[in-house]
Design a protein around this ligand. Sequence first.
Ligand code: PGA
Length: 249
Amino acid sequence: MIRMKKILVANWKMHKTRREALSFLAALQEPERLSLKIAAPYTLIAELVDACHGREVEIGAQNMHEAASGAYTGEISLGMLRDVGAKFVLIGHSERRHLFKESEEEIQAKVERAVVEGFPLILCVGETEEEKTQGETEEVLKRQLLSALEELSVEQLEKVLIAYEPVWAIGTGKNAIPSDVNNTHRSIRDILFQSLGAAPPILYGGSVSVENISDFLRFEHIAGALVGGASLEVSNVNQMIQKIEFLEV
Ligand code: PGA
C-alpha cells in the first residue's frame, strides 16, 4: 500500500521579519516523505517563494479578502496572493472567526472565491470550550463545514484541506486526546461524505509540539498537523519533520 504523505503546515501568524524568515529557511531540513507548507504573513510571501524555488516547501497565506479587487483599504485579494507566488490560503482560522468576528457568510464567500479561481485552500473549523462542554461539537462542526463547502462539487473539493482546531486547544498548551481527535475526524469525514460525496484530508491543530506530534499523526484519519507556536523555531520544525518521516503508520 502506498503511504499517503502526511502534511505539516506551519502557521506563523503575526511573527517574523524578512531576515528571520530567511534564516529559518536556511536552516530548514528538506522534507522527503511529507508535504511541508508555511502559512506566512503577507509581507514575507514573495521573498519566501523566491527562496524556496526548487525546494520541497510550499508558501501560502493566512487570509484573504473575498472580492476580486476594489475599495477595501488594508485588504489583500487572491489575485495578489497568486501574483507573489502563494500556493494556498488558510480560510476561517479561529483567530479570524473569534478575534476579527469573521462570519460564516464571509468565510463561505472566501471559499467560493478560492474555488472559482481554482486556488487551494485550507478551511479551519473547531468548537469553543463552551460548545464542547454543552456537547455541541458535532453540530458546530457540521454547521461550519457545510456553510462553507455545501456548494462544492467532488472535483472542487480536491483543492481543499480541512483543519480541525478546537478553539480551546489553540495556543493554550491544552492538548486534545489524540484518539478523540481521530474520532472527530472520522465524524467530519462522515458528514462530508454524506453531504458532498467526498471528504478532503483532515489536519489537526491546537498546541501541537515536537513532543506530541507523533501521537496525533499515527492515527489513520489525522492526515497532518497545523502548527502555530511550535513552528516558529526552525529546530522544532526540523525535529517534527524527522518524527513524521520515521513514523510507522
Ligand atoms: P498553536 O496554533 O499550535 O499555537 O496552538 C495552532 C493554530 O492556530 O493554527
